[in-house]
Write a protein that binds this ligand. Structure first.
Ligand code: SF4
Ligand code: SF4
Length: 313
């Protein structure tokens, strides 16, 4: 509480944790002061790795339900200690043994990675050098997408790795009169949604090529430039819903991708490349039946725009 009287947020905050995070000593909370988490898929997980919310810290609940809920959170804590001892990531990348590696000799201390990591896994020293904390890391790759110097990489996921996947895509010539579309698809919902469309025998546009990414937030802007300069006609970013009722498995990833995209749009227009060539769509696995229409709608727009002027250079 404060002098003006108690507010919801003040009442529900514990002010007990005293965590050593650059983002502050408490857990990030949502509008009414409950711990921020992926409400549908990972309800016990908070944005502080290893801390699990249960009972009325998590959502409005009576005492009996809270007791049962605490059992669920305790199971999660057991899973956390077991997986951490193996060096493995927790949900949603259970089993991933890779960590972000920082080529510090080229770091400009811009603080983008430390600010954008949704889990507060990177602190800073007094000269603003990033100080990664591996046991907090969920291996989402958002820091990799954020770094303008492209010096953050994983052994099994790196900016040049996706760059090579882009280069390997065959681009039809201008006279073939069919556009090439690349989808950067989040592996959490967008890839399963595309799979579901296939399993259910839905037909979708044959001009697309799909590159899976850990989270749209791991998208480094250089991939957009690489794709466009190769003459590929359109880019579709397929990720999870963001906003108040977000479904992004890494909390902020798809929102950050949208912010980065808004900056790219200005650059594309400056280069005489219509910003409509890059589109972002939010999708959940349950929306798999919308995939054919999403792709056809984008392909139609690309046909109106004509071929990418950089094709063939
Ligand atoms: S991979 Fe994700 S959780 Fe780990 S440091 Fe980077 S942004 Fe943070
Ligand atoms: S985003 Fe890259 S350049 Fe900026 S502080 Fe982090 S590692 Fe250094």
């Amino acid at each position: 509480s404060n002098d003006e009287g108690p507010k919801g947020e003040d009442i529900l905050r514990s002010n007990l944790l005293n965590l050593a995070y650059r983002q502050g000593p408490e857990m990030p909370t949502l509008k009414y002061g409950f711990a921020d988490s992926h409400f549908i898929c990972f309800p016990y997980e908070t944005r502080r790795t290893g801390i699990y919310a249960a009972g009325s810290v998590r959502m409005p609940m009576d005492a009996a339900s809270s007791i049962e809920d605490a059992t669920g959170a305790a199971m999660k804590a057991i899973q956390c200690t077991e997986l951490s001892a193996l060096g493995s990531a927790l949900h949603p990348r259970v089993g991933d043994l890779s960590f972000p590696d920082f080529a510090m000799s080229r770091c400009t201390q811009c603080k983008r990675c430390t600010v954008e990591c949704p889990f507060g896994a990177i602190n800073e020293d007094d000269k603003f050098n990033p100080l990664p904390n591996p046991t907090r890391c969920r291996r989402c790759g958002i820091c990799m997408g954020a770094c303008p110097e492209r010096i953050i990489s994983f052994k099994n996921y790196a900016v040049p790795m996706i760059g090579n996947m882009i280069k390997a895509i065959e681009v039809p010539d201008e006279d073939e009169e069919k556009p090439r579309i690349v989808i950067f698809a989040c592996e959490n919902d967008a890839i399963p949604a595309i799979d579901m469309a296939g399993i259910n025998h839905l037909k979708y546009n044959a001009w697309v090529r799909v590159i899976p990414v850990r989270c749209l937030g791991s998208m480094n802007i250089v991939w957009i430039a690489d794709t466009m300069s190769q003459g590929i006609d359109g880019i579709l970013l397929l990720g999870c819903k963001h906003g108040d009722d977000y479904q992004c498995h890494f909390i902020k990833g798809s929102e950050l991708a949208e912010t980065r995209l808004s900056k790219v749009s200005e650059t594309l227009n400056r280069l005489d490349l219509e910003s409509d060539r890059v589109r972002m769509e939010q999708i959940s696995i349950m929306d798999y039946d919308k995939i054919p229409a999403i792709l056809d709608g984008f392909a139609e727009r690309l046909e109106e725009l004509g071929p990418n002027p950089y094709k063939g250079f």
